[in-house]
Design a binder for this molecule. Sequence first.
Ligand code: ATP
Ligand code: MG
Length: 319
Amino acid sequence: MDTVDSATLDAAAAAAAKGEAPASVVVNTASLWPPNGSVVFRNVSMRYREGLDPVLKKISFTIHDKEKIGVVGRTGSGKSSLMNSLLRIIDIADPFNEGSIFIGDDNIATIGLDRLRRGLAIIPQEPVLFCGTLRYNIDPFNEHTDDELWNALTLSGLQSVVMNLKGRLVADVEEGGANFSVGQRQMICVARALVRHPRILLLDEATASIDLETDQLIQDTVRKHFQDCTVITIAHRLHTVLDCHRIMVLEAGEIVEFDSPFNLLNLGDEFGSGGVPPLTSSKPSKGSLASLVRDTGKASERKLKAIAKQRESKRRQGQ
Ligand code: ATP
Ligand code: MG
């Protein structure tokens, strides 16, 4: 499933790269659309093909501009399908699907595919780079200066790697990025997202294929440099999303929980109010996140709860 996920996300990036922007004009489309980073699903039911059962079932939610959202759920629960519908890899406007999706207040059915996909940045799970130069891979629409590219490479820890390449920014990238390690390929995608800096970032967290150091670097870079963006992270490891503003838990195509980690883990009693009312919960927690957290083992559970408490402290301090 993970390979399929990455392939679809990469297909989206590749499709976007074949867009019709005039080569010689510098246009920062990211600043044009979407006007804000809100994402709204209204009653969305999604099937992969006519006649199949829906894999998203009447899903409704609102993600606010600049919110950091973690999406979790067991395998097959619909996490990638959510991303696929957002990118219109599967189109909700098809007659066998239902509902509507809004990004930055626009119904995405009314937005051209190229514009839609250029309005979002994607850091896929197992990125496959395009044949061409490194520059083309980081800035496929040729919209940015060398300085901007070097800045993104520095922030993603690739500066010295690229300095040592023959041709540096115009070094050749072999098919699929074979001349780079998996971790470096992932960081090249981070650099691509950094130079574009759109209002919405979709991050499909890597699984076993990536070393922990690179994983940490990705998380740190995203936290630091995408603060002013909406970030939606599909998480395979809970510790990366326990400090999100809210976590969406999917089960068999339905949202069973969507709230702050603090509320979902029922940490109120352990925390004390400190004079500030807890974030109001729209629904009482079903305990799904709590059970996923418990499944990671006692020591890890303690750590995860500590991260959630820290996030709540920050919220109470207005951060
Ligand atoms: P994982 O954690 O394994 O990546 P996921 O939460 O991302 O799982 P999805 O890939 O969204 O789950 O799958 C949700 C459902 O949709 C599953 O039942 C899956 O079998 C089905 N599905 C996924 N991709 C397709 C496809 N291309 N065609 C038909 N059904 C699909
Ligand atoms: Mg998936």
